[in-house]
Design a protein around this ligand. Sequence first.
Ligand SMILES: C[S@@+](CC[C@H](N)C(=O)[O-])C[C@H]1O[C@@H](n2cnc3c(N)ncnc32)[C@H](O)[C@@H]1O
Length: 326
Amino acid sequence: MAKAKPFVKWVGGKGQLIEQLEALLPADFDKRENVTYIEPFVGGGAMLFYMLQAHPNIKSAVINDINSDLITCYRVVRDNPTELVASLSEIQKEYYALGSEEERKAMFMQVRDRYNTKALGDIENTTLFFFLNRTCFNGLYRVNKSNKFNVPFGKYATPTICDASTIYADSEVLQNVEILCGDFEETIKYAKGDTLFYFDPPYRPLSSTSSFNDYTKEAFNDDAQRRLKLFCDRVNEQGYQFMLSNSDCLGKDGQDRFFDDLFAEYTINRVWASRNINAIASKRGKLTEILVHNYGIGSRQEKAYLLHEQPTPRVADYECTYGTGI
Ligand SMILES: C[S@@+](CC[C@H](N)C(=O)[O-])C[C@H]1O[C@@H](n2cnc3c(N)ncnc32)[C@H](O)[C@@H]1O
């Protein structure tokens, strides 16, 4: 059986940070018997798929995202994998049969227009979502102010549009996962007993041009970051644990203490992460990111994962590698 892993490529995907996130889980995490895991900004779900396979003591899991089409994909993968695979295999055949780049681009534009009608059934919507994710530029998902997907054609020779084994593996792992669509604050209702939240919100831009966070038509601005911090306080006050990732503004600009001040009462670790969203290859450098949490990590903390040591190798198994040259 293939490993469950992200079925879409998603900006901010955590594939390369998994080892560092694992090292910063609560020290006694594996000794607990009945854990609830909640991911309020699930995106591509690299951490979700990792956690569900690596930690069988997670007996209940809840995921959420504000992107309703992405959430429909999760539900279709969980509930209708066979129909989805048939539909993806058909669209892939149609795409591969086109001889020239012009013809493929024309099909891409047609699919994009149809997807943007927002009037499709769940299987077709998910099929077109996967198609666009694999054939658009850099696998980005970006919408304009009218909520229309507007990423251009990506020119990949033979993108894998239908990855049946991943879909079946993901479907199995998602069987007992509660899948929600809405604002992150709604997820608190699902916390019970021993609960760990992992927050991976849209990152705070490090400069006005360098960072991508247009996942939705409403930008996730500094007020939203502060609202998330107040939500972390609620999680903490109710006795639950959380871990949160974000960009490291202080690491980039020694004056910008936005997160260091905001999360001053919690623990902040800095880790290496490579970010791949800059269109210019030479600018896709290694950056640091922050990981904030409200618990001690004790013996689980492995110094090798922290900033002053060498960056860790990548965990290829959990990376999403669709498309080429990304
Ligand atoms: C950085 S991405 C998450 C990356 C993801 N964890 C991964 O591994 O691929 C942030 C996600 O937050 C979602 N989002 C933005 N605003 C939100 C909100 N107010 N509530 C819930 N989700 C939101 C976006 O749609 C996007 O999928």
